[in-house]
Ligand binder design. Sequence first.
Ligand code: GDP
Length: 444
Amino acid sequence: EMFGQLTSGLENAWNKLRGEEVLTKENIVEPMKDIRRALLEADVSLPVVRRFVQSVSEEAVGVGLIRGVKPDQQLVKIVRDELVKLMGGEVSELVFAKSSPTVILLAGLQGVGKTTVCAKLANYLKKQGKSCMLVAGDVYRPAAIEQLIILGEQVGVPVYTEGADVKPAEIARKGLVEAKKQNVDVLIVDTAGRLQIDKGMMDELKDVKKVLSPTEILLVVDAMTGQEAAALVTTFNVEIGITGAILTKLDGDSRGGAALSVKEVSGKPIKLVGRGERMDDLEPFYPDRMAGRILGMGDVLSFVEKAQEVMRQEDAEDLQKKIMSTTFDFNDFLKQTRAVARMGSMTRVLGMIPGMGKVTPVQIREAEKSLKIVEAMIEAMTPEEREKPELLAESSVRRKRIAQASGKTEQQVSQLVAQLFQMRVRMKNMMGAMEGESIPALSN
Ligand code: GDP
């Protein structure tokens, strides 16, 4: 089971919350210790663990109660969301150059699976309809050149080589010329790894980078790498400026540290992951799926999401009822305007207001703009005025005062007042109850 130890370590945290009613500053202390311990045991780097625990704690204490959701389930959801964020949120696609070929430079220590990744990546891109060429730039390990040629044949992609007696930058330069000549879409360049980071390797990579101006510089990282992953990624990023990472050997029993640390320490995303020795075993890195796998609680997560959705729905319905009534005042107006600006499930409420229909992004942007104006004016009202809009309809003195206090024009205030009454009437019309209220003419 991938990251199995991390999964069971985190379970301790949820278990400590069984029987609790809400998440509090006090009752999350012990679970947070479990989370911290589980992450450290998974070889996540310490500063990353600290920041993670910090944001989960803040989120947990600040989160409101969701009816029907237990605190332990809520914490699972919070940890999931933070894990997704930690790993970069969205999936990060490979970037392609505007003019061919796109050059992808692969870097990494020896034995991490770099040569294998070259061929896997070519295979992966070929399936997307892109033509590829490989460049054998690992001149220090003659077997690597041989290996690349064999793998290239296996996936049906040409391999450019100059043997082991030519400098990598020169091989890269010639390879690029050849790729242009053959009109290939993507040139994938293998480079020499060392057992450890050393200056020779970095200088060589810099030379190769200069010659190629690659679109992607991907650091290949063995998922089994523990604590060192953070330093490794940081060094490569500082020295040559990587655009992302590829995590290999996820099929092994790695603890998860590298997967969880890379983005946070380097700011660069994991773009692809390898999970096996076969040429098909390369796929995009999905932070949300990875987080889901780590927690192994798919059912709890979707349950909490649903409950949150229902709660938002009920809020909307409450407001909807209020809109329908004649007591709809400026407090409700403000709430509604805010909700509209926030959007989401309010789409339904708006859909019920005649003439508004479906909400477009433009309308949402407009709503956000007008929210600021509306907020300023309503905040300048007295509590009484907010509850009894009639007071404002009756008195231009009051409207003037509000205009002055909010820095808006008197006309804007009058419009706001008129808008509120129009809204009441429209609601009543909709309900087929026309009697009673009408739009009052504003007095002078
Ligand atoms: P390089 O020195 O970085 O070029 O590493 P290689 O590409 O030669 O790979 C080193 C070893 O790791 C080889 O035996 C590969 O078959 C193996 N390997 C590479 N990627 C993976 C992977 O995703 N999963 C597993 N299980 N083995 C892998």
